[in-house]
Design a protein around this ligand. Structure first.
Ligand SMILES: *Cc1c(COP(=O)(O)O)cnc(C)c1O
Length: 487
């Protein structure tokens, strides 16, 4: 990697600013700051011009792969292209400069936007009430589970267990433990779906809820969901849906109609907020009426009165609420983008989003399945899972090698080694925003890699070669963290 550190680019005396001469009389620092708080030496900061700094960071930004640079089929993560107009809208001064302590009457527009976003999400998921507070999917899971706990306690019959399938995303068991429950795992059957017989054996009066992802992390629709819902509810337990895969069902079907009592949304996956760099996200949680008393406070409420006959405000009156889940009201900027995205697409457009996500995934799956193992050969939803097992057994090439080789083609790798139930998993989610040309480019690269494994496996095992850095020791950075500059 040729890019130098800012410290190495530094040149004494260079500055990125120029200020007019001060007309305030100078006073020596000794008069203003006591000695014990003063440095003996100036800090060792880099000295650079504005051009140096801008170019340094732009060069770094294009060394990395990102969704505005190329295809990013990271399964489960929904790394899709996000319309830039939504960024512009979320930065409008009236939104971006709001202060959370302003009086309600001074930001009626923002409150109305939050209220209407909640109404849209309820409609999309078939839920009765909603909170926009949680900051991401995992935070939404915790919120939903705390409400489930409060629900059972309020019935004076606390329950301690949550059932999760073995294909679940890692945040599910983590949230279960954080919420104070313990997990019970149910296996998937040979079709990659919840094994209903095993579920029956695990259901009892101690189970608070079943937590499901639908479509599940194999990209398969849980076709027995109505039967599952009845079994769960018959024992007094509730049904939680991890809604991270909602981009496979918008306008086609709804969690509420399948019997789910709680669902979280990942606005930063399904509804057009760029993510992957660590945030911000937003994970609203929709619930059926039975759980509404436990929703976090404050809620956004619409009241009669004010100009035009309606006004919006915070509602704090909810005696059984689990309390607050976020400082102030959640990540508002993400809500603006989601609101704009939903309004731009409308009901028909959202359905097309899901249909195209499904078509794109099936197109890749059908064209790649003769080159890689496809453990669950079914019509998939928005993603599918291949296995590199054949390549490993025949040529000793690991899935990690295949993923690294893709980088040489200027493509981002799929998710690897997840879900855990598929050996050497390659989890591919193309999303709806890709053209046939970019899907074909990825497909051709995957096919070429499969051929290389046959003819010249070393090239795959030693990949990547065309990237700013070659194969990294992925454990070393965590075990041997040293970020000090040795100048
Ligand atoms: C992304 C994801 C989550 C977690 O969501 P975050 O917003 O990253 O916290 C949970 N479940 C599934 C299936 C996911 O894809």
């Amino acid at each position: 990697m040729s890019e130098k550190l800012l410290f190495e680019l530094s040149s004494p005396g260079r500055e990125a600013f120029s200020l007019p001469a001060s007309d305030v009389p100078l006073r020596p620092i000794e008069e203003l700051i006591p000695e014990e708080y003063r440095r003996a030496e100036a800090p060792a900061l880099p000295e650079l011009s504005e051009v140096d700094i801008a170019r340094h960071f732009v060069r770094l930004s294009i060394l990395n792969h990102h969704v505005d640079k190329g295809f990013y089929p990271l399964g489960s993560c929904t790394m899709k292209y996000n319309p830039k107009v939504n960024e512009t809208l979320s930065r409008l001064p009236g939104f971006a400069n709001l202060h959370p302590h302003q009086p309600e009457s001074s930001f009626q527009g923002a409150l109305k936007l939050m209220y209407e976003l909640g109404e849209y999400l309820k409609e999309i998921a078939g839920m009765d009430q909603i909170t926009l507070q949680p900051a991401a999917g995992a935070h939404g899971e915790l919120t939903g589970l705390l409400m489930i706990n409060a629900y059972h306690r309020n019935k004076k019959r606390p329950r301690s267990k949550i059932i999760i399938p073995d294909s679940a995303h890692g945040t599910n068991p983590a949230s279960v433990i954080t919420a104070g429950f313990s997990t019970v795992q149910v296996r998937s059957n040979s079709k990659g779906l919840v094994d209903v017989e095993e579920l029956k054996r695990e259901l009892n009066e101690d189970v608070a809820a079943l937590m499901l992802t639908n479509p599940n992390t194999l990209g398969l629709f849980e076709s027995q969901i109505l039967e599952i819902s009845k079994l769960v509810h018959d024992t007094g337990a509730l049904l939680y849906m991890d809604g991270a895969n909602l981009n496979a069902m918008m306008g086609i079907t709804r969690p509420g109609d399948m019997g789910f009592d709680v669902v979280h949304f990942n606005l930063h996956k399904t509804f057009s907020t760029p993510h992957g760099g660590g945030g911000p996200g937003s994970g609203p949680v929709g619930v059926k009426d039975s759980l509404a008393p436990f929703l976090p406070i404050p809620m956004v409420a619409k009241r009669t009165g004010g100009k035009g006959g309606e006004e919006y405000g915070w509602e704090w009156e909810r005696p059984l609420s689990i309390g607050r889940m976020h400082g102030f009201f959640g990540n508002f900027g993400v809500m603006v983008k989601a609101y704009a995205y939903i309004r731009q697409n409308g009901p028909k457009g959202l359905r097309e989003v899901s249909e195209n996500a499904i078509i794109n995934a099936n197109y890749l799956k059908e064209n790649l399945k003769s080159y890689y193992d496809l453990p669950y050969d079914e019509v998939c939803q928005h993603e599918f899972v291949l296995s590199g097992e054949k390549q490993l057994k025949q040529k000793g090439v690991k899935t990690l090698d295949i993923a690294k080789r893709l980088l040489d083609f200027g493509l981002h790798a799929p998710t690897v080694y997840f879900p855990l139930i598929v050996h050497e998993a390659l989890m591919i989610e193309p999303t709806e925003t890709e053209s046939k040309e970019s899907l074909d480019e990825f497909m051709q690269a995957m096919i070429q890699i499969a051929k290389e494994v046959e003819e010249n496996p070393e090239i795959v095992k030693s990949a990547p070669q065309n990237t700013p850095v070659t194969r990294l020791d992925e454990g070393k950075a965590a075990r041997d963290l040293n970020v000090r500059w040795k100048g």
